[in-house]
Design a protein around this ligand. Sequence first.
Ligand code: PMP
Length: 379
Amino acid sequence: MIPGPIEFEPSVLRAMGETTTSHTAPNFIETFGHCMDLMKKIWKAPDGQPFIVAGSGTLAMDMAIANLIERGDNALVISTGYFGERFKEMLTCYGANVTIITAPLGKTVSLEDIESELKNKDYKLLTLTHVDTSTGILVNPEPIAALAKKYETLSILDGVCSVAGEKIEQENWGLDIVLTGSQKAIGVPPGLALLVASKKAIHTWRNRKTPVQSYYSDWKNWLPIMEAYQNRKPSYFGTPAVNLIRALEVSLQIINNEGIDHRINIHEKYANAFRKAIESLGLKTIPESNEIASNTLSAIYYPENIDGNEFRKKIEEYGVIIAGGLHADIKSNYFRVGHMGSVNASDLITTLSAIEYGLSKTGYHFRPGKSLATFQTLI
Ligand code: PMP
């Protein structure tokens, strides 16, 4: 129950074990092209350019930044935790002048603060983290993308912990890049960097004055490959992760058959019920209100006077694996539970039951069964 890698559907895992074909075999060309077609549907970006490259979510971030930033460009980072800081580091590495607006813990950055920064300077791009996995904070990308458009700034959404779990309408909202990794709500073992770029993003890259400062991430190498597979033609730059891409096809197909809107509604329902169940035990989550709490994970403070390590050990004894803290300022004060992808009500009931077990073994007082009853009334 950690926020990625998540549990994967058996059919996705079976696809991983199929015979590895050549990357130019007709069946694989079809699989690759089909994945890109499905990505455009799930991202809601019919005119977008998908990229599927072997690597983790960080590579997808790298691909966005390396291709769009030139030395000396101004970049604005809107940070709600650990992964906002990562964008800052990466942008600095590629020579951008970075301004970061960091939300107070448990909150988001206000639109007023973002707009006054955009008014202040000519920003080439801004980045936002849809769900920061270190805090469970959800940011609404729609009004931020609209502000970016107003000030002619590109918008890059880190959707590693949100794509296929939170509402996204890349094209309607005007987001220039929406990126993710395979191992979260997309539902495929770790190893694929996925992103969809807008026409404007590709245009900006084409009109660069200086070369891209990364060999592996350079769209010059990858765009022709993506275009070839899209047109069901063989091509080669770097050997694609054949088995992972076949597994991606299976998982995207499951999501698409279910319907992306339905899938997100289910995530929302489980997340709300889980959070209410946790709160019924008297525990507090990092996000200060329900509107900014994510569908994909919950970040929960340990109650005062209990030993967090001992609590997590008890939960593990019970057979459930949850994650510890990640945000540097409060690392040892909280734990995280992922609830995305093919998670179901019984997974969450078992997790709540394990949490109650852990709390009772570490001396916390509450009414046994309270969280289970709360969850069941809301589901
Ligand atoms: N952004 C967010 C919001 C994430 O949760 C993660 C991974 N936890 C990353 C970026 C980096 O992805 P990866 O670990 O796959 O490189």
